[in-house]
Design a protein around this ligand. Structure first.
Ligand code: ADP
Length: 534
């Protein structure tokens, strides 16, 4: 590296004028500064002269060269400046002492001027290199610090946005689920109660539309949850054939309406299976729903069977239809969010294009795979293959079945138990009362304070506790207070709520509720739960 010598300062520190003269003349290309003693040199530096190199005599009156060097090296502003000792002593220990103090080199008197010049050039060059490198380093460090700061800010902003998004979806979820209780509830009640055939069909249609609305809403909420947080899998035991029949039954009405045959064949050797029930239901529901939706004539066949891959047993479900089929080039795309074979204004089918992306995500979460064979005009076959999960806890399904039987027996007896319903939504109160009128006596508290008063005056067998009670105490606060009353220590308190984000259930149980029922719920789910707890 070449450098501008006329801008490089050489400080000569020597008490012998002849030495100064010789060196000064010989190094005339440099900017020469002179000090006649160590203290003078330090004073010069102190006054602002920062040399590029210091030629330092060892033997000087006052402080000697070694001490001068030590002080220069002790100063942060000057400790990097190369120091070359000028010495007439050539004993090895002196050289070592100089180097230990931080000198970079030494030259001996009498001077070999060519040698002096070369050494100075080398050290000034090295010094310049080092300074440049330090400069680059500090620029880099600054840039890294700036970038880190920007990234931290961006991360904080993203986290904040994510928090807001989660909050927004939690709110939406709650606000949309609550009125669904009324819509679905009354539709179910009407279907059961109405005798007139025409009105019965209206009620069934109302129920079907409400279920579709609920499922679309749930798909959107689930996908958003899947994007914003890690989704936990909560496996439980269920009977495969029973669950499949139940899921198929939900689509019977639409299939009949279109004149489609629907058949289920169970070739599986697995009686009980162990998966996340919600995920399993959503997967199968979407596949059957699509098969019916995209088929105009013929049939929808569903089959369950087993396969073994690499020593592992898989539960497989195949849903085949004789519908419109899917062109080869679209078969990958339909698993992406909001993508459909027929998009835009020309599309002939209802739907938002979320079903299959949910199916795919859930199948992945269950470590399974999904296969598709399809031919346009002939039909489609969707197959899911789920590796059997290792069981952690076993909840025999038979217990739940028993509880339904017990419920029916109970209805026949007049000794109905008292249940307190704490709920601020008038319509939800009405629906719940209708559902439970033959099962138990219900008292209603529309707010937390009344709930506590009523709990003190009565002895309820169970409490159905809405969590968001509008003004005043929340359901959780009310639960905590009631749970402190001696007669309620063992009483079941069901968190009966539209809070349905991941972790909500666990939070409510931690806070003192004993059970959880997510709104909107099916009549039978509420009956089963009430029967289980009282
Ligand atoms: P949606 O049915 O709401 O549009 P999906 O994600 O369930 O959303 O499906 C995406 C697309 O895949 C559908 O729009 C349709 O074009 C195609 N598709 C899915 N299942 C079938 C099927 N069984 N037969 C023909 N096309 C289907």
């Amino acid at each position: 590296m070449s450098y501008d010598k006329s801008n490089s300062i050489v400080l000569i520190v020597d008490d012998t004028p002849e030495n100064i003269t010789i060196l000064g003349e010989y190094l005339a290309e440099y900017k020469i500064k002179v000090a006649r003693s160590g203290l003078d040199a330090l004073a010069l530096i102190e006054a602002g002269t920062i040399p590029d190199i210091i030629l330092l005599d060892v033997m000087m009156p006052g402080i000697d060269g070694y001490e001068t060097c030590r002080r220069i090296k002790a100063n942060e502003a000057t400790n990097e400046i190369p120091v070359i000792f000028i010495t007439s002593m050539s004993e090895i220990e002196d050289k070592v002492k100089g180097f230990r103090l931080g000198a970079v080199d030494y030259i001996t008197k009498p001077f070999q001027l060519e040698e002096v010049k070369t050494r100075i050039e080398t050290h000034v060059t090295l010094y310049n290199y080092r300074r440049k490198l330090e400069n680059v380093n500090s620029i880099l460090e600054q840039k890294v610090a700036e970038r880190t700061f920007e990234l931290t800010r961006a991360k904080e902003k993203a986290e904040e946005a994510n928090r807001l998004k989660s909050h927004f979806f939690a709110l939406m979820s709650h606000e949309l689920r609550t009125p669904m209780v009324g819509i679905l509830g009354y539709a179910e009640v009407l279907m059961d109660e109405v005798q007139n055939e025409e009105l019965k069909v209206y009620a069934e249609n109302l129920n079907e539309s409400a279920i579709r609305l609920k499922e679309t809403l749930e798909s959107i909420l689930i996908l958003t949850k899947l994007e914003s947080q890690t989704h936990e899998v909560h496996p439980a035991v269920f009977i495969l054939e029973e669950k499949m029949n139940d899921l198929i039954q939900r689509h019977m009405h639409s299939a009949n309406f279109k004149g489609l045959k629907m058949a289920y064949q169970n070739k599986s050797t697995s009686k009980e299976v162990y998966y996340d029930i919600t995920m399993f239901e959503i997967i199968i529901n979407n596949l059957i729903n699509n098969a019916v939706k995209y088929t105009d004539k013929g049939k929808v066949s569903i089959e369950s069977y087993n396969e073994t891959h690499e020593g592992r047993l898989y539960d497989c479900i195949r849903v085949s239809d004789t519908g419109i089929g899917i062109p080869k080039e679209k078969q990958g795309l339909i698993f992406e969010e909001f993508r459909q074979v027929y998009e835009g204004m020309t599309r002939n089918f209802e739907g938002v294009g979320l079903g299959l992306s949910l199916v795919k995500k859930y199948v992945n979460l269950l470590n399974g795979k999904i296969e598709l064979e399809s031919e346009v005009g002939k039909g489609s076959v969707f197959t899911i293959k789920l590796p059997q999960w290792e069981k952690v806890e076993v909840i025999p399904k038979s217990e739940v079945k028993d509880s339904v039987v017990k419920l029916k027996e109970r209805i026949a007896y007049p000794d109905k138990q008292k249940v307190l319903l704490v709920e601020d939504d008038r319509i939800n109160v009405e629906v719940t009362k209708l559902y439970l009128e033959n099962v138990c006596d219900i008292d209603i508290a529309y707010d937390g304070a009344s709930a506590i008063q009523m709990a003190k005056r009565n002895d309820y067998s169970a409490i159905l506790m809405d969590i968001n009670l509008g003004k005043g105490l929340s359901g959780i606060e009310v639960t905590k207070i009631i749970k402190q009353l001696e007669q309620y220590k063992e009483t079941p308190v069901i968190a009966y709520t539209a809070f349905a984000m991941d972790g909500d259930k666990e939070d409510f149980i931690k806070e003192g509720c004993t059970h959880y029922l997510q709104k909107p719920y099916k009549k039978q789910d509420l009956l089963d739960l009430i029967n289980d707890v009282i």
